[in-house]
Design a binder for this molecule. Structure first.
Ligand SMILES: [Zn+2]
Length: 246
């Protein structure tokens, strides 16, 4: 049985298929992650083809057949696109990681409207704010982990269980355990010491002014540890390619 579904979608990736078609993966509002084929998308007169590009936020219409891996996409209307992300290499690098992680850490046809809204909001922040792209990516990873069931515990030390004092210094992050308090730090072999500013960012309590103080080296180190955390907890995850490409 096939039904016609209209939903909002973000293009996560696309590839050419045969002479003139395109296959794309979308994160949709109503169906979660899906793959679709756009027949004739690369023909000059295709009304849909040019809209199927990474990052684009679209309204799509598909013929959905249960049990089929690839849905047929028949229409697409542009809701928003993100030209500044594509022009700015720093924005592109970290925002590409957002798409890549959404692709890797979500389950096909498992809808999560909060995740969909978070994804669109994050792309708008990359597009129009002056905030550091690396920090936006850290915030997105923490959000995505929470929404996909690999949440990091922020209210207590992952070893002794003592409550965490917000704004305090000496906390570190270990990729196997998560947040570790100053007295347990010697118990873990490899961890990154979080500055109070960065600690606030990964716990979601940062204000934009404190972000300015964080050196880029510390942002990249934290991303490396989050990447290790993902690899450790999600066996099929192989790492974030986009942040190592540039
Ligand atoms: Zn502890």
């Amino acid at each position: 049985m096939s039904e016609i579904i209209k939903t909002e979608a973000v293009v996560l990736s696309k590839m050419n298929y045969r002479e003139s078609s395109t296959i794309a993966t979308f994160y949709t509002k109503d169906l979660g992650r899906i793959s679709g084929i756009i027949k004739g998308a690369r023909q000059p007169k295709s009304p849909v083809g040019h809209k199927i590009d990474s990052f684009n936020h679209l309204q799509i219409v598909m013929y959905k057949k249960t049990g089929r891996d690839m849905q047929l996409i028949s229409q697409a209307e542009l809701i928003s696109y993100f030209p500044r992300i594509k022009e700015d290499l720093q924005k592109l690098k970290y925002a590409s990681a957002v798409l890549e992680l959404t692709l890797a850490l979500t389950v096909e046809e498992e809808a999560n409207q909060k995740l969909f809204r978070g994804l669109v909001k994050m792309l708008s922040l990359f597009e129009s704010s002056e905030r550091k792209p690396g920090i936006l990516l850290i915030k997105f990873i923490v959000f995505l982990l929470k929404e996909s069931g690999f949440e990091i515990q922020f209210d207590q030390c992952s070893i002794c269980g003592n409550p965490i004092t917000m704004g305090a210094s000496g906390y570190s992050f270990n990729f196997e355990r998560g947040i570790v308090c100053p007295s347990c730090r010697h118990e873990v072999s490899s961890s990154i010491l979080l500055s109070p500013e960065l600690f606030q960012i990964i716990t979601g309590l940062s204000d934009i002014r404190s972000e300015e103080k964080i050196p880029s080296g510390e942002i990249d180190n934290t991303l490396n540890f989050l990447e290790k955390y993902l690899k450790y907890h999600v066996p099929e995850f192989k790492g974030i390619k986009s942040i190592h490409l540039f």
